[in-house]
Ligand binder design. Structure first.
Ligand SMILES: NC(=O)N[C@@H](CC(=O)O)C(=O)O
Ligand SMILES: [Zn+2]
Ligand SMILES: [Zn+2]
Length: 464
C-alpha cells in the first residue's frame, strides 16, 4: 500500500499541464500516471484539480541561529519556508559566531538538526580563514560564501587579495564559491561624497549599479582565469546581467558550461526605487533597490536563461531595528515565505511561463548546488517527494500577520501572492490548511560534496 496518493491533480509534463495521479512511497515519488487504479493508500490527497509542482529550493537564507535568534531561528525560519512552499534551504554563514571553522559549523549543524522542519544545507564562511576551508569542505558545507566583497550584515567582507586567495583555495578543493558582488572601495568613496544625503534613496546611491558591475567584472575575471565553479548571489543590475549574458554566450561558443550560475531575488524583481517612499528604511537591503531599467533587464534575464535561479536572500531584522534612520537601519528583508507565492503570482500575470518558474525555483538550484545527487529538484519517479499543491487562481494579498518569520513584517505587504495549499517534504505533509504539521528537527542535513564519507558510501568501488 503506498504511503500517499495524490489524485485529481495536474502536473507540468511534456510542455503542458496534464491530469495526473502521484504515488509516494518511502518519501519518494514512485509512480506518476493518469489513472493509477490504486484501491487504497495510507493517505489520499484529493487535490481538487489544483496543480502539483516541485517545491521550492531556496539557496540563500539567513536563519540567524546561532547568535541572532531575536530575528529568527531554525524553527521559525523553516516554518516560514514550509508555509511558503520551500522544502530545502541553504543557510548563510554570517551568524554569531560566523560559520568559519569546524566548531561553529558543528554548532550550527546541531541547532539546525534539532529544529529545522525542512531539509537544509549549510554554507561555509570565508574571512581570513584560508586554512579552515578544507576542513569545512570535508565536513560537508554545501558551498563557500556568500563571500562578501563589500560590507553587509555581519561585517564578513574581505579585500580583493583575500578574495582571490580564497578562490584559489576553493578551486584546489574542487569546491564551489558563492559571491556577494559589490565593490567596497567604490562604496566607501561614495559614502564620503554623499555625507550630507539623509534621504532613504541614499542607500541606492551609495551602492549604485556601477558598484555591483565593478565587482561582478572583477569576480568574472578571477573565475575565468582560475576556472573555479562559482555562483553570483542576488544579481540586481542591468549592467551585471549584460556581463553575465556575454560570458554565457562566450561559453556556448566554446561549447562548454559556464563556470558560474547566478540568482536574482524576488525583492529585486518586484520592488524598485519607487518603493523607497512606501518602505523608508524597511526597504534597505544589499544590493539596494534598483530603477526600472534594471528590473526590465532582470525580467528579460529570467526569461532568456541568463539568470539561473531565484533565491530569497531571506534576511530578517525586527521592525524595531529597521524603524530608524536609513544609516542606522540594518540591511536586509525577510522573504523565504513570500518567494514562491510571488513567483506563482508572476506566472499568473504572464511575467514568465510556469515552465521557467519551475526551472528557476527547483531544478536549476538543485543542479547548481549539487542537490540533484540527493534526489532533490524534480517531480519525477525516483526523486524526493518535495512537492507543493497550489491553485493558481487563488491569488490573495500578502499579509505580514499571516507569515511565520520572527521578523513580523514584509516589504511585500498587500502585493499579490499564490500560496500553497499543501507542502510535502519527502512525502510528509508539513503544511496543510494554513497550518504547520511537522515536528521540529524532522529536516535532514544535506551533506555537501566534499564530505568524504558520503563519496565512499556512494562509490565504494572508487574509494582509494
Ligand atoms: N542582503 C542584506 O541586505 N543583508 C543580509 C546579508 C547579505 O546578503 O548581504 C543579511 O544577512 O542581513
Ligand atoms: Zn549578500
Ligand atoms: Zn544574503
Amino acid at each position: 500500500m503506498p504511503d500517499v496518493l495524490i489524485k485529481n491533480t495536474k502536473i507540468y509534463y511534456n510542455n503542458s499541464l496534464q491530469p495526473a495521479e502521484i504515488i509516494i512511497e518511502g518519501g519518494k515519488v514512485t509512480k506518476i500516471g493518469k489513472d493509477l487504479r490504486v484501491s487504497s493508500s495510507d493517505m489520499v490527497i484529493d487535490a481538487g484539480g489544483s496543480l502539483t509542482l516541485p517545491a521550492g529550493i531556496d539557496v540563500h537564507v539567513h536563519f540567524r541561529e546561532p547568535g541572532m535568534t531575536a530575528k529568527e531561528n531554525w524553527y521559525t525560519g523553516s516554518c516560514a519556508a514550509a508555509a511558503g512552499g520551500i522544502t530545502t534551504v541553504i543557510d548563510q554563514p554570517n551568524t554569531v559566531p560566523p560559520t568559519t571553522e569546524r566548531r561553529t559549523f558543528e554548532q550550527k549543524l546541531k541547532l539546525a538538526s534539532r529544529k529545522s522542519i525542512v531539509d537544509f544545507g549549510i554554507n561555509g564562511g570565508v574571512t581570513g580563514n584560508m586554512e579552515k576551508l578544507e576542513e569545512l569542505w570535508k565536513l560537508g558545507v554545501t558551498a563557500f560564501g556568500e563571500i562578501f566583497m563589500a560590507e553587509s550584515t555581519g561585517g564578513l567582507n574581505i579585500n580583493e587579495e583575500t578574495f582571490e586567495e580564497a578562490l584559489v583555495e576553493i578551486k584546489r578543493l574542487g569546491a564551489f564559491a558563492t559571491i556577494h558582488a559589490e565593490d567596497e572601495k567604490m562604496r566607501l568613496e561614495l559614502e564620503e561624497l554623499l555625507k550630507g544625503d539623509i534621504s532613504c534613496e541614499y542607500h541606492s546611491r551609495v551602492r549604485p549599479n556601477a558598484c555591483e558591475a565593478a565587482a561582478v567584472q572583477k569576480a568574472l575575471k578571477f573565475i575565468s582565469e582560475l576556472k573555479v565553479r562559482a555562483h553570483f548571489c542576488h544579481i540586481s543590475t542591468l549592467e551585471a546581467i549584460g556581463m553575465i549574458r556575454k560570458e554565457k554566450y562566450l561559453a556556448r561558443g566554446e561549447n562548454r558550461e559556464p563556470f558560474f550560475t547566478c540568482e536574482v531575488t524576488p525583492h529585486h524583481l518586484f520592488l524598485s526605487t519607487r518603493d523607497w517612499a512606501r518602505l523608508g528604511s524597511f526597504g534597505k537591503m544589499n544590493p539596494p533597490l534598483r530603477g526600472s531599467h534594471s528590473i526590465k533587464a532582470l525580467v528579460n534575464g529570467i526569461n532568456d536563461g541568463t539568470i539561473d535561479m531565484v533565491a530569497s536572500d531571506h534576511a530578517p531584522h525586527l521592525e524595531s531595528e529597521k524603524d530608524v534612520d536609513i544609516r542606522s537601519a540594518p540591511s536586509g528583508v525577510p522573504g523565504v515565505e513570500t518567494f514562491m507565492p510571488l513567483m506563482l503570482a508572476a506566472v499568473r500575470k504572464n511575467i514568465l511561463p510556469l515552465s521557467r518558474m519551475i526551472m528557476l525555483t527547483s531544478w536549476n538550484p538543485a543542479k547548481a548546488f549539487g542537490l540533484d545527487r540527493q534526489s532533490k529538484g524534480r517531480l519525477e519517479v525516483g526523486f524526493d517527494a518535495d512537492l507543493i499543491i497550489v491553485n493558481p487562481h487563488e491569488i490573495r494579498p500578502i499579509r505580514a500577520e499571516l507569515l511565520h518569520s520572527k521578523a513580523g513584517w514584509t516589504p511585500f505587504e498587500g502585493m499579490d501572492g499564490v500560496f500553497p495549499q499543501y507542502t510535502l517534504s519527502r512525502g510528509e505533509v508539513i503544511w496543510i490548511e494554513e497550518s504547520i504539521n511537522a515536528k521540529s528537527g524532522r529536516g535532514n542535513f544535506l551533506v555537501g560534496r566534499g564530505n568524504i564519507s558520503v563519496d565512499d558510501e556512494e562509490n565504494p568501488d572508487e574509494a582509494e
